[in-house]
Design a protein around this ligand. Structure first.
Ligand code: IPE
Ligand code: IPE
Ligand code: MG
Length: 250
């Protein structure tokens, strides 16, 4: 789908909860791991398309801190696929100007995966087109709590107890991770955030689709961007039409 010039999405911060891999596989009589494999192919497609559309930042929820509750064999397969993705895709990401980073805890990740992440992060560090953040062993509540502890320590050191300064510093600490989200998409039909970018999505436009992640393609992404551009963001203010009619009656 070709978007008109005005609908190009330069500079947007998009986040995606990539859900539905397991159900996609089950519907085809396949093991869940086949869904995760197909999900990786979807990641490749969507990252390419995000670059083409001029998206500034794309944060992909790949593994939540609660996903450790899954069977060990599924967790192993997910990390194996992730490692293979990083090994195979880093050069392509580099060529396309993508800077890859992960957010979330690193201390519980399998060591070979961590090594591959570090290699990919340093190889793509100069990427200027798209900032790709992969959320791994990620919990938004935990990252807010960690940031709050850090900010409290800094403020205690400087002897400040201002709530405004606390909020500003907390926002700064968290924005380093996910940035302020413009559009948050969740595939797979569920309508919840599952502990993803809670602070950063304060004014995000939310878009839930029944499409399973392995089936989410460029057209679906464009349709989501179109829907985003149709919405009016007010950030607590009044609709533009109301303001205009108020101005014309003064
Ligand atoms: C999302 O798909 C991928 C991960 C959580 C790793 P799911 O594996 O949650 O797929 P469903 O929700 O069971 O279909
Ligand atoms: C959210 O999906 C996490 C990822 C997509 C990585 P889940 O499938 O884990 O979420 P719940 O359990 O349905 O809330
Ligand atoms: Mg799920």
């Amino acid at each position: 789908m070709k978007l008109p010039e005005s609908m190009q999405s330069k500079g947007l911060n998009v986040a995606i909860i990539m859900d539905g891999n397991g159900r996609w596989a089950a519907r085809r009589g396949l093991p869940r791991v086949a869904g995760h494999r197909a999900g990786i192919a979807s990641v490749r497609r969507i990252v390419e398309h995000a670059v083409d559309r001029g998206i500034a930042r794309l944060t992909l929820y790949a593994f939540s801190s609660d996903n450790w509750r899954r069977p060990a064999s599924e967790i192993q397969s997910i990390f194996w696929l992730l490692r293979a993705f990083l090994r195979l895709e880093t050069q392509r990401l580099l060529r396309r100007g993508v800077r890859l980073q992960t957010i979330g805890r690193r201390d519980r990740l399998p060591k070979p995966v961590l090594r591959e992440i570090e290699k990919a992060e340093s190889a793509t560090a100069t990427g200027k087109c798209l900032h790709l953040c992969v959320a791994l062993d990620y919990s938004s509540q935990e990252s807010i709590a960690r940031a709050a502890v850090g900010v409290t320590e800094s403020l205690t050191n400087i002897g400040s107890s201002s709530l405004d300064i606390f909020k500003l510093m907390l926002t700064q600490a968290l924005m380093m991770e996910g940035g302020e989200v413009d559009l948050l998409i969740r595939t797979g039909g569920e309508k919840r955030l599952s502990d993803f970018l809670l602070w950063e999505s304060a004014y995000a436009e939310l878009l839930f689709t029944d499409c399973m992640w392995p089936e989410f393609d460029k057209n679906d992404f464009d349709a989501a961007l179109e829907e985003f551009h149709r919405r009016e963001r007010r950030f607590g203010g009044l609709p533009t039409a109301t303001l205009q009619s108020a101005a014309s009656t003064v």
